[in-house]
Design a protein around this ligand. Structure first.
Ligand code: AMP
Length: 412
């Protein structure tokens, strides 16, 4: 299929060919006609699948088709996102794909001055991109109304729920007309998301481009077994000697990210931490450096890394497995994007055995451990001996737990 076969205006077609987009990605091929037909949608798609253009293109097309009084310009489409970074990324996509359409887009998110955002809103907005909390602030102040809204998009809805935005979402829905089109995009689907979809969507079409909780096939996953106290040295080796950089390095905690970035810097590696404790300005500066290619490593936490739009990322390094197996899927989905092959490395020490088992259960695949020459684990150490805490027992428990959680999940 080519984009020419999709009913998009010559203006959008021209932009797509200028961008060098020849073929719609699978999610685009399926979602664009349905969205243009006005259907509600529940779409399971990870970052990197082209999901942003899958909703931005048909929204632009629909807004172009439905004329409004240019003097009034009420908000007709709202994209809700969990994080500031994703807000900026979606905004950039709308600007890119909407070039020359005359449609205007504004974004509002927390952590920066509200006044400049109010001013932008007063200019008239066709598409608003917002994080839930800040949008509510604007509504409370009377800076905007959503009474003319026709299209509501949730991007990374699963993360929005993980971050506890349910109350904000409920409050927002009270101010949004019930006659509207609603599109729900999510990388994963659990009971909470399914419950939300029931409240939000009317006779939705279900789309899933990659089977749920599976990883993009272009990503090679390697698990290196290493003693915990040698992990930092191995990360240094991978970045500087192997030259596996620039890399997005994941740490489970903010403190851990700071510490690792500092340790890497001390060994001469250009590394910076990226997490929620940094000010918005500092985060943007770090990102700019990473995008410009001057950093060898961006050491991020899971929440901060969501929504990062970094193209050409070849390496993801996990200092340890995350507590939530879904976060592993998100982490490694940062590489191998839009057809690039990626390498995702996880450093593994015996205490993380239950977490590895959970990830294996969710992916339904084995992640064999290997040794990195020069960093082989010390096998002379004693292993946990009690039966209950043996490696096998821990693994089985984790697998049962993960599969048990899954079996309660809604089928899509
Ligand atoms: P997303 O999943 O929305 O984060 O998009 C991932 C990347 O794929 C972005 O950098 C897009 O610019 C790029 N992209 C999206 N659609 C296409 C397409 N049809 N052809 C080539 N690249 C695309």
């Amino acid at each position: 299929m080519s984009f020419a076969q999709l009913p998009l205006s010559p203006r959008l077609q021209q932009t797509l060919s200028e961008l060098g987009y020849a073929t719609p990605t699978p999610i685009q091929a399926r979602a664009i006609p349905l969205i243009l037909a006005g259907r509600d949608l529940l779409a399971g798609a990870q970052t990197g699948t082209g999901k942003t253009a899958a909703f931005v293109l048909p929204l632009l097309e629909t807004l172009l088709q439905s004329k409004v009084d240019a003097a009034v310009r009420p908000i007709r489409a709202l994209v809700l996102v969990p994080t500031r970074e994703l807000a900026v990324q979606v905004y950039e996509s709308v600007e890119r794909y909407g070039k020359g359409t005359g449609l205007s887009c504004t974004l509002v998110y927390g952590g920066v001055s509200i006044a400049a955002q109010v001013e932008a809103l007063q200019q008239g907005v066709d598409i608003l991109i917002a994080t839930p909390g800040r949008l509510l602030d604007h509504l409370r102040q009377g800076a905007l109304t959503l009474s003319a809204l026709r299209h509501l998009v949730f991007d990374e809805a699963d993360r929005m729920l993980d971050m506890g935005f349910m109350d904000e979402i409920k409050a927002l829905l009270k101010q949004i007309p019930s006659e509207r089109q609603t599109l729900l995009f999510s990388a994963t689907c659990d009971d909470n998301l399914f419950a939300l979809s029931k409240v939000l969507l009317q006779s939705p079409e279900l789309i899933e481009v990659a089977p749920r909780n599976t990883t993009a096939s272009e990503v090679e996953q390697r698990v290196y077994a290493v003693d915990s106290e040698r992990k930092v040295a191995l990360v240094q080796h991978l970045l500087s000697i192997k030259g596996w950089a620039p890399a997005l390095v994941f740490s489970r905690t903010r403190q851990g990210a700071d510490k690792l970035a500092e340790q890497l810097s001390k060994s001469g590696i250009n590394a910076l931490a990226f997490h929620g404790d940094l000010s918005q300005g500092a985060r943007e500066k770090v990102l700019q450096e990473f995008r410009a290619g001057t950093l060898q490593a961006l050491v991020a936490t899971d929440v901060a890394a969501r929504g990062l739009d970094i193209s050409e990322l070849n390496y993801v390094i996990n200092l340890e497995f995350p507590h939530q197996p879904e976060d592993y899927v998100h982490r490694i989905g940062r590489t191998g994007r839009a057809g690039n092959k990626g390498l995702a490395i996880t450093l593994f020490s015996p205490e993380d055995a239950p977490l590895l088992a959970k990830v294996e259960a969710v992916l339904d695949t084995r992640l064999p451990q290997q040794w990195f020459p020069g960093f082989e684990p010390d096998l002379t150490r004693s292993e946990p001996t009690s039966r209950r805490n043996s490696k096998g027992a821990q693994k089985q428990r984790a697998r049962r737990q993960a599969l048990g959680n899954q079996s309660g999940k809604a089928k899509r």
